[in-house]
Write a new protein. Structure first.
Length: 299
């Protein structure tokens, strides 16, 4: 099948998938086939398995103080940053897309523009464009700087930003996701190692807040692949569908690719759900020494 005309020019896609998630792999590759997308690569996320932490812990700094409840998050971060590192080292491409294996590409049929138009209308200073995001509060149905708290989704990244991310999170032949942050919100507090500004930077933070990142509601997520189901994923997808099927034609393409308008509020869908973190476990202060803190400052 030939490439969908709206996707001509789309860069190489790397999708993250565990070996035991065959259903998700088939789901993604079926979508690629139906859209004529051939420039994609599966990333084997099982290389960094939560249950096999001891086999790969030596690729990260400070592996001895990573709390058990953060290992899964760390696995996701490692799969993404290593993919970017290998992409930079082995290609000369200027742009790349990373996505997970529950990304729903069906909204392409509702686009009233193509990939070339998209690339010609994103801000000149972009480092990354998040092509989908979930939220517990609101969906902004126009291009806008990434907002917190919103979660990671399929993301378009340019080469300069990829190199920056590698320089931030890879040093001395190892990855390091323990960093000092000056951005305090529920998300960073949740990831705090203890009552300081040092946090374990997860994929939402390191991809979304290390540069000039914008968001657009172009794809969505398949909540049917969640186990167990997640309410904010279901609500977010319904909001995306409502925008593309009911609201899209009430606004122009200029409206869609512009933020800061007097009527931005008319393009925001309220989800009516307050956000909270159920798991706020962090490393107890008693396990951290002053030498640990001094070591982290070197990275």
């Amino acid at each position: 099948m030939t490439l969908h005309p709206k996707l001509v020019g789309i860069p190489h896609i790397y999708y993250i998938n565990l070996d035991n998630e065959l259903k998700r792999r088939e789901y993604m590759e079926s979508q690629f086939k139906n859209l004529g997308i051939k420039n994609y690569t599966r990333v084997n996320a099982s290389k960094f398995s939560k249950n096999d932490f001891d086999s790969w812990r030596d690729v990260i700094h400070f592996d001895d103080i990573v709390p058990k409840n953060k290992i899964k998050s760390l696995c996701v971060s490692l799969s993404h940053i290593e993919t970017l590192k290998e992409w930079v080292e082995n290609t000369e491409e200027e742009h790349v897309i990373l996505m997970e294996d529950d990304t729903d590409l069906s909204l392409v049929e509702y686009w009233h523009f193509d990939w070339e138009y998209l690339m010609n209308n994103i801000p000149y200073d972009w480092d990354a464009i998040q092509l989908m995001y979930n939220s517990a509060l609101k969906i902004y149905c126009f291009l806008h700087p990434k907002r917190g708290i919103t979660w990671n989704g399929p993301i378009l990244i340019n080469r300069t930003y990829a190199k920056k991310l590698i320089s931030l999170f890879y040093s001395k032949e190892k990855y390091n996701f323990i960093k000092k942050t000056n951005r305090m919100n529920l998300h960073t507090i949740h990831n705090a190692i203890f009552d300081t500004r040092f946090v374990i930077v997860d994929v939402d933070d390191f991809l979304g807040f290390s540069g000039k990142v914008y968001q657009l509601p172009l794809f969505t997520q398949n909540p049917e692949l969640d186990n167990p189901p997640k309410l904010n994923h279901i609500k977010s997808k319904k909001a995306y569908l409502f925008w593309w099927t009911k609201m899209r034609d009430k606004f122009t393409l200029d409206d869609f690719f512009t933020y800061g308008k007097d009527y931005d509020g008319k393009m925001i869908i309220e989800l009516g759900e307050k956000h909270c973190f159920q798991d706020s476990t962090s490393i107890p202060l008693s396990t951290i020494s002053k030498s640990d803190i001094e070591s982290w400052k070197q990275f």
